[in-house]
Structure formats: structure tokens, C-alpha cells
Ligand binder design. Structure first.
Ligand SMILES: [Zn+2]
Length: 361
């Protein structure tokens, strides 16, 4: 069992929970809209408390796989290194209904990361209750991000991104936010060795209804982890290794308080995410749009993820075309080099079902 696929429904993941070593305290902490259990796992008894939750967006499974990897790693070490200083509280799948359906939203169609103030959904209430009862000193908000992001303008792919969420509209460096920034700077310092120039900083516009912003506002240092794209790694099993490294580093620097050696300015040096990528750039294609024909065009193609059976299919979608596309691409195909037809008929946002689009198969 190593969860290679992108699709990770509770029906698969929950098998992990049944065989947890006894130092992991498992409990049902609430129910989803569709009455699925939401689990919490506690490990350690140290003074410093870290709360982390994954898959509040159901289609963001990478960090849940990392939680599985973290559990394995903690099991191997007997969890002993944590017991000394930390208590971890892990919610592996906050949105089990979304994880089952492979949707960002919960079963009521609500984005749980826009429900921190409203608490309109049972899953949001579960997270808030754990936050109040457990009283964490640190929060890790675990997410996945799309393939479109670069680390810095026209930079390399943002494989991992972080954010110390703002606690007010002015984006002040409150004491809690400063600590989160120091932890991220420490992780970045280590992770740059294995993942140079592929670490980005997420947009910090304040939204009180986002969970990270809310917790930051409550004075708890909160760190957003975003699992992004790595070249040809659409199932994100390479990204997964980097996120595990980031998570273990975060735990380590919190435990040893070495994050105090880092500064806000080191955090601010991490390049900001830009939306500069598409999945595929096609060169020298002919586009027919209505009765107009455009020759020697560039065409940008973006994948969307669709659940088919128990697999995720990456469906190519027409993004844009023009004489020259000012976007970077994870893959470039020059149709001049191919003997296959290169004529495409579609309009923006449409599925590409053209049989001639053999290159995506
Ligand atoms: Zn997310």
C-alpha cells in the first residue's frame, strides 16, 4: 500500500487507520455532510502542540499521502523523537465527501476554506472544535496547487509553495505571523538544497473566512503548505517526497526552536507565485474557429482532472491560441516536426476530443 494514484478516497485511505501502531490515538471527531466519519490522530505528549489537517479540498490528495508517509516514518522511529517535545494532532481527510467525489468542495458545494467565520458546514465545525479543544501552538494547513504556478515571474515550476497567512487586511507582521514566517524560512533554507528555485510564496491577500487567515488572526502561527507540480509528475509522487521533507523539517525546527535563527526578510526573499504555466504548448498548428482559419499558430492546452472509475484522467482543454503565447509550458510539441495532422477545431474551455490529438494519449 503506497497510494501511487492521485485519487485517494476515504475507502482506500481508511485502511491505514485500522492498522495504526498503538502510540497513535485514533478517534472519530465528527461526521461529514454525507455522514462519513472524520478522523483525528494524536501522537506524542510533548508540551508544544502542532495541529495539521489535509484534504479540506477533496481533490488535493498529495498531502494526505504525505501524512501516510509521515505516519510510517513515525512508526519506524516509535514516535519517540516526538514524545520528547511535541504533540501532533493530524486530521488526514477533513473533507471525506470531497475526497470520495474528487471535488474541491464538500457535498453541499461549499469551499471549506471560505467557511472559517461562517462555520456553515459540519466539517468546518469539526476543525474549529479541535482547534479550540487542542489549543495548538502551530497549525499546518495542507493543500495542493495547480500546475499553473511558477516560483517567481517566469520562474521554474512551483513544486512547493508556502504562506504565512495574513492576520489583518494590512498584512501586518504580527508575532504569530512572524513565527510562521521564520518556520517557513527555515524549511526553505533546507529544501532549496534538494529543490533549488522551485519553491514559491503564495499570495497573502487577507480573507478572514480562509482558515489559515482566521487561525493567524487568533494568534496561532499557521503555515500553508502547497503541493505543486514537478516535471512529468502528474500523480505527484515526486512532489510528495519534497512535501514530506518540508513537513519533517518543520517539525524538527519547531521542536528544536531553530526557526528562531531565521528572519522575516529571509521569508520575503522566497519568490512569489505567478500564474505563468500551462500544461502543453503546441506550435505550428492550424486553428479553425467558426469559418475563420488561422495558420502557424501557437496553442496553449491545460489539463483538467476528471474522475473515471477509480482513476484520475487528465483531460486536455483548449486554453488559448495566438501568433505567440506568452506563457511557459511543462511540455512543448512542435507539429511541424510531426507527420500527423495539426488542425484543431474548438473554442475556449472546450474539451479536446479531436482524434488527431494523438500526442496526449
Ligand atoms: Zn486547497
Amino acid at each position: 500500500m503506497n497510494f501511487i494514484d492521485r485519487y485517494l478516497p476515504p475507502s482506500k485511505f481508511n485502511s491505514v487507520l485500522k492498522s495504526l501502531p498503538k502510540q497513535f490515538k485514533l478517534s472519530v471527531i465528527g461526521k461529514s455532510v454525507l455522514n462519513q466519519p472524520i478522523y483525528g490522530i494524536k501522537i506524542g505528549s510533548g508540551k508544544t502542540k502542532v495541529l495539521m489537517w489535509s484534504q479540506m479540498h477533496g481533490n488535493e490528495s498529495t498531502t494526505t499521502k504525505v501524512i501516510y508517509d509521515l505516519i510510517l516514518s513515525l512508526s519506524d522511529s516509535g514516535g519517540s523523537f516526538l514524545v520528547e517535545g511535541l504533540t501532533l494532532y493530524i486530521i488526514p481527510q477533513l473533507n471525506p465527501d470531497g475526497a470520495e467525489a474528487y471535488t474541491r468542495l464538500n457535498a453541499n458545494g461549499v469551499d471549506l476554506n471560505r467557511d472559517a467565520l461562517d462555520l456553515s458546514q459540519p466539517e468546518s465545525i469539526v476543525l474549529r472544535k479541535v482547534f479550540k479543544d487542542f489549543k495548538p501552538d502551530f497549525c499546518f494547513n495542507l493543500h495542493g496547487q495547480r500546475t499553473i504556478f511558477s516560483a517567481g515571474k517566469k520562474g521554474k515550476t512551483a513544486t512547493v509553495s508556502f504562506l504565512a497567512p495574513a492576520a489583518d487586511p494590512e498584512k501586518s507582521f504580527t508575532s504569530a505571523r512572524t513565527i510562521a514566517m521564520q518556520v517557513i524560512a527555515a524549511i526553505n533554507n533546507q529544501l532549496q538544497q534538494s529543490l533549488p528555485d522551485q519553491i514559491g510564496r503564495f499570495d497573502d491577500t487577507f480573507n478572514h473566512n480562509c482558515v489559515g487567515d482566521y487561525f493567524s488572526c487568533e494568534g496561532i502561527p499557521t503555515i500553508l503548505f502547497e503541493a505543486g507540480h514537478y516535471s512529468n509528475d502528474y500523480n505527484r509522487n515526486i512532489t510528495r517526497k519534497f512535501i514530506l521533507e518540508a513537513l519533517e523539517c518543520a517539525i524538527d525546527v519547531i521542536q528544536n526552536k531553530t526557526y528562531l535563527n531565521y528572519s522575516v526578510s529571509e521569508y520575503l526573499k522566497i519568490p512569489e507565485n505567478h500564474q505563468d504555466y500551462v500544461d502543453i504548448l503546441c506550435k505550428n498548428v492550424t486553428i479553425k474557429e467558426g469559418d475563420k482559419v488561422f495558420y502557424n499558430q501557437e496553442m496553449a492546452v491545460q489539463f483538467i482532472e476528471e474522475l473515471e472509475g477509480d482513476k484520475i484522467k487528465f483531460q486536455p482543454i483548449f486554453h488559448s491560441f495566438g501568433d505567440r503565447i506568452e506563457l511557459l509550458a511543462h511540455k512543448t510539441i512542435d507539429f511541424q516536426d510531426n507527420s500527423r495532422p495539426s488542425v484543431f477545431l474548438f473554442s475556449q474551455g472546450e474539451n479536446i476530443n479531436n482524434e488527431d490529438f494523438w500526442c496526449f494519449k
